[in-house]
Design a protein around this ligand. Structure first.
Ligand code: ADP
Ligand code: ZN
Length: 723
């Protein structure tokens, strides 16, 4: 008798695919989500075509173990399986680690059409303890699993269960099967400008063609790119197909939901890390079954099991937050294009400042380009002025130079809004002792502790380590000798309060806007005119549209040029163009001041004259000369360990065993850009290769031949952001 075998990719990144017996009466096909035994445990796995996924452990039929069951979820479709294989291959990651991003959380697949959640009844328990009171207060009107409420209230599960018994919290059945509302493509149809119309028609045709086609939607800030790609989404909805919109930050979700509702009459499905289990299951299931027509999310939405994708949009496609830097190191922009290829649907990369890599794809004819050269309606591009800090120094101990102070005065007098941009959270980036020179460094990272006055703490922005701000220097014991060096947004906000005591100011950073709800509150306050001056980090540079915001001041335009990697000028250009793009988006004209010590630098000149093309041409030429992407490629190998010598030894061994290949060069090991991170010492090797070389194959062979103790970790970052 032939037993039926199945090759299963089990959700354990340390294991390759394993073979199982399919018991009589069970039916599986490639893509089926199953439960498989492993030792004493049971793991979720995905059935795969054996020929596409070789197993190193060939097991005889008689030694196979039976699969336990099949999950009641649609099998993962072939295009998604190809995407998982491609991602694993290209980024040198275990296929199981990639597949896990698809399954999101395995319980998203369990049977059942309802889920039991809990919420406060409003009736206090007869026996009220301080802990119970605190729990109920923190829970508020939140609803969720016992576990989720316990986390929100910062108590043990037992406390929540006790409150359920006492009648203060009740169970509610949530129907995760209730369908999402259907967006209506004919609802808020806009009148498009001629440029928008041309672009929209091209995208609609691409959606209707049902074939892979990558597009760059290159439109200046405020040109109405969103309205254009909404038309592509409308075409997909009309055809009953799904759309996916990727945004770089969850803080941008809220304004997006609002605009989407204006256009289509209801919200799309939002996918982000803040979802409750029930929301996750409902979204996952209906995405997999094809009922959820439009999904918007952060990069993790890219791996969801869409049943029939009609279009993928990557908004603000140049954003660096699309690059995932831990776990599977992937670039969501690039994986989105691959997903479009496998799903046979168009992919739209929307940006006012496309990355050099993306422009290059247009130049060589791989991507098609749609341009929106002017702002929508009567809005003009803002006027950008370089403000030479050497010629116009701010007063002692201040950071806003006199010409910018005057411009702010005038703007406030006209009752218009101001945005001051500084990409540094906290009060000051460095605190030191005036007496002995002691500097506060993170015990776990090669980084200074940043003072946060709002919370009265010193914080490490890399590992999250926090300490109270001490009264005296821990080194010499002197009191009142600690000084803050340099500005962060909180310090600028202090200066604003001193100069314009009557103006209403708000600080916008990830410390103050940590959830979509907080972002919504900020948008609301801006629209209501409840804020005159915003002091913010990169969080406010993109997506927002405030017609009454007419002045942008960049406190330190040179900041992004520090570090001096090959991307520094491009990064600075993107960031300042984006933040400038917030000024004058309505009928009133906008102005931008760039405070700089290097007004003559090429990037400053490009920003001031608005000549992006020659800047891009020069940057591209520099990349070509250096053989940097897109003309050559890099991969970083990062070796880390709590034991510095062990990490260094392995890094040296990797360097010594580097294969000698024409067109490939290995640099390092050198201390990684953050030489210590979360208590681990890090060394980095940088592999530089010509474009045509299959660098993944080389690295796979090279590292596959080595082994090291588990206390040393080796991570490969293909196409690293910094080089
Ligand atoms: P971008 O994303 O290119 O920076 P937006 O899509 O945010 O620009 O558009 C800028 C503003 O212009 C938004 O308030 C938007 O609602 C408005 N807008 C753009 N196109 C249209 C249109 N065709 N009809 C009405 N309003 C539009
Ligand atoms: Zn740290």
């Amino acid at each position: 008798m032939v037993s039926s075998r199945a090759r299963v990719l089990v959700m354990n990144a340390a294991l390759g695919p394993l073979d199982y017996r399919v018991p009589h009466g069970m039916e599986v096909e490639p893509g089926s989500i199953v439960v498989a035994p492993l030792g004493p445990r049971q793991l979720v796995g995905i059935v795969w075509e054996p020929e596409r996924m070789p197993s190193d452990a060939e097991v005889g039929d008689n030694r196979l173990r039976n699969l336990v069951n099949v999950m009641p979820a649609p099998p993962l479709a072939a295009p998604l399986r190809r995407l998982i294989e491609w991602t694993a291959d290209y980024y040198l990651a275990p296929a199981a680690a990639v597949a896990r991003m698809t399954l999101a959380s395995t319980s998203a697949l369990e049977g059942g059409r309802t889920i039991t959640e809990y919420r406060a009844t409003g009736t206090p328990p007869t026996r009220m303890t301080p802990q119970r009171a605190q729990a109920l207060e923190r829970i508020g009107d939140r609803q969720g699993l016992i576990r989720e409420l316990a986390i929100a209230a910062d108590v043990s599960d037992g406390v929540i269960r006790g409150l359920v018994k006492a009648g203060a919290i009740e169970a509610v059945e949530v129907d995760i099967d209730s369908p999402f509302p259907l967006p209506d493509p004919s609802r808020g149809v806009p009148t498009l400008s001629p440029d928008q119309h041309t672009a929209a028609q091209a995208l609609i045709a691409a959606v209707e063609a049902r074939d892979f086609e990558p597009w760059l939607l290159d439109g200046v800030t405020g040109s109405g790119k969103t309205e254009v790609y909404f038309e592509a989404i409308a075409a997909a909805i009309a055809a009953g197909r799904q759309s996916l919109v990727l945004l770089p930050e969850i803080a941008l979700t809220e304004p997006f939901l609002k605009r989407f509702t204006q256009r289509f009459g209801c919200e799309p499905v939002a996918w982000h890390s803040g979802l409750r289990q029930s929301q996750r299951r409902r979204a996952w299931r209906q995405i997999a079954e094809g009922q959820a027509l439009v999904t918007v999310g952060a990069r993790s939405a890219l791996f969801l099991p869409y049943a029939n994708l009609g279009v993928i949009v990557v908004d603000e496609a140049h954003e660096t937050s699309f690059k995932q830097e831990d776990g599977v190191h992937y670039h969501a922009r690039d994986v989105a294009v691959m997903r479009g290829l496998f799903e046979k649907c168009p992919v739209v990369l929307a940006s006012a400042t496309p990355a050099i890599e993306t422009r290059h794809q247009v130049e060589i004819g791989r991507y098609k380009e749609l341009k929106l050269p002017g702002r929508y309606g009567s809005a003009e591009m803002p006027e950008i002025t370089g403000l030479d800090l050497i010629a116009h120094p701010p007063e002692r101990g201040r950071w806003i130079a006199p010409p910018l102070v005057n411009a702010i005065d005038e703007t406030l007098a006209r009752r218009e809004q101001v945005l001051l941009f500084l990409n540094r959270r906290g009060y000051a980036p460095l605190t030191l002792c005036r007496t002995c020179g002691h500097r506060f460094q993170c015990p776990n990272c090669t980084a200074w502790m940043v003072e946060h006055r709002l919370t009265r703490r010193l914080a490490c922005h890399h590992c999250g380590h926090i300490e109270p701000v001490p009264r005296a220097c821990p080194e010499c014991g002197n009191e009142d000798s600690l000084v803050a060096c340099g500005p962060g947004v909180e310090r600028i906000a202090d200066e604003v309060a001193a100069l314009w005591p009557d103006a209403k100011a708000a600080i916008v950073t990830s410390d103050t806007i940590w959830s979509p709800a907080k972002a919504a509150e900020f948008v609301h306050r801006m629209e209501a005119g409840d804020i005159d001056i915003v002091v913010g980090t990169q969080l406010v540079t993109k997506g927002y549209h405030f017609p009454n915001l007419t002045l942008v001041g960049v406190i330190d335009a040179d900041l992004g040029l520090e570090g001096g990697d090959l991307r520094a000028a491009e990064r600075t250009f993107h960031q300042i163009m984006q933040v400038s793009g917030r000024a004058g988006r309505g009928e009133k004209p906008g102005k931008v001041f760039l405070q700089t010590h290097a007004p003559g630098a090429a990037v400053m000149q490009a920003l001031i004259t608005g000549d992006a093309d020659s800047f891009y041409a020069a940057e591209t030429e520099a990349r070509r000369e250096a053989g940097a992407p897109p003309f050559g490629r890099y991969a970083a190998i990062v070796v880390s360990s709590e034991d510095k010598d062990a990490a260094h030894d392995i890094a040296l061994r990797i360097a010594r065993t580097a294969p000698r290949i024409e067109g490939m060069h290995v640099y390092g090991p050198a201390p990684a850009p953050l030489a210590m991170l979360r208590g681990r010492h890090r060394f980095r090797l940088l592999v530089h290769a010509r474009r045509a070389l299959d660098v993944q194959d080389v690295i796979r062979d090279w590292l596959g031949g080595l082994d090291w103790k588990p206390k040393v970790r080796v991570a490969v970052d293909v196409d690293p952001y910094s080089f």
